[in-house]
Ligand binder design. Sequence first.
Ligand code: DGJ
Length: 518
Amino acid sequence: MKLLPKLEMNNGLATLYVDGKPFFALGGELHNSSASSTTYMREVVWPSLRQISGLNSIIATVSWQQIEPGQGRFDFTVLDDLIADARQEGIRLVLIWFGLWKNGASSYVPSWVKRDPVTYFPCVRAQGTQLGSRFGGLGDYTISPLCEAAVAADARAFAAVMAHIRAVDTDHTVIMMQVENEIGLLGSARDYSPVANAKYLEPIPQVVAEAYGVSGNWEQAFGADAQEYFMAWYYARAVQTIASAGIRELALPMYVNAWLQQDPDRAGAYPSGGPIAKMIKLWRLAAPSICLYAPDIYLPDFEAVVAEYSADGNPLFIPETRTNVSSAAAVFLAFGKYNAIGFNPFGIEDLFSPRSGGFDPAELAALNIDVSAFSNEGTATYLPQSYCLIGNMLGIIARYRGTKQMTGFYQYGDAEGCMLSFSKYDIRIAYGRIGPGKPPAGGLVIEVDADNFIFAGTNFLASFLPKKDVEKYVGYVMIQEGKYQDNVWRPGRILNGDEQRVGLRDVPQALQVEVFQY
Ligand code: DGJ
């Protein structure tokens, strides 16, 4: 029996163990509907994924609607095929449980739930904010997180899924579970159903009062943000019920992802009650079974988001991000500087499959995502190379994670470069020019010892500076290009003379550099 995948924290550093060894997901999330059909997966998705060298995992969906078509009647056929096919392909699976909520809506619940609004009651929006009329039509039908019958039904189904995975997946092809998707209420800051209205007037839970040093009801305790805190508490309690029911059957790491706080900055314009960064503290109180909060990053400032979602001991797992060519550079920042355990551009099957792609611009507008996120020119060329490069040096990255000897960078906005600081030298990184279909600058740098460095990444030029107070020059002992293969350096050219520069072009590459002072 193989060891169960687990997430371990050591001195604030999270590591995901798969088969007892550290595992870093160089992956991608599939489109929402892909995994609902074995035929589609076999004809369209797997052939595309096979071409993404370096890919070691994918995030695929399991929908309640498909799994439990009649109450208590389960059909695991498609899930069984997915697990068997992934095992055969040598790809690990992170599964999303599309249960009660997906992007603030309840579109994936079975028909027997949809057709019984009395037992499974929906959220009621505040007058004037019905059915997305203010925010673009998403989240129309949303079952209330205060509906205990709905949460219990979801928990039973999720427990059945986990029990089934335990029975069929003894090799642990499935390594993690995402519980629901981009939770929160759209179209209103809070639920105005009768149950919610009554609960809103109750005193806040004791544990919340103690953690925040506040008291009274939600409005007395949280003022203008009360509605969002209220929703966050009840969504998180619902998730705790669902996740813990699953964990009792199979204790895989379980996480929750977030549609981020963004413009317009009003809870309800982004899902109210979801685990946006400022709500993680509350979510942790309410949902202790959740191991991490994961950002879906479509906002342009990637680094600002990963900085927020790797703070306070939150393990960084990126379940969704832009699939455009910037992903081939951003991945170096995630693993080099923010100790990521996983990186997943969304709609990964599009890279080599013309049949799967395509977003309706209106749909993206409703999701508050700009179209450039999925303009994939160049991604199929560069992302697999970044994955191969990083994938072949994961043992080295694992050794330096969480130390001052490793950092990373990623070009954003008008910045022309950045400064990195190590024990004996500072390194000035000048970003290259951004061209269509080419990755921006992105890289990771490891200080092996005071004079020896590893660079990996794309599109930058590095120059070494002595520390500010040192009146010396820095020269190169040797610059060598090469490749890692299973963490072993396979040297290439020694760059000297005309080529003596610590520069990487658009093709993701590695250099080993030794410097001296004189
Ligand atoms: C975020 C959601 O979590 C995904 O399921 C998907 O809808 C993407 N947006 C589409 O961009």
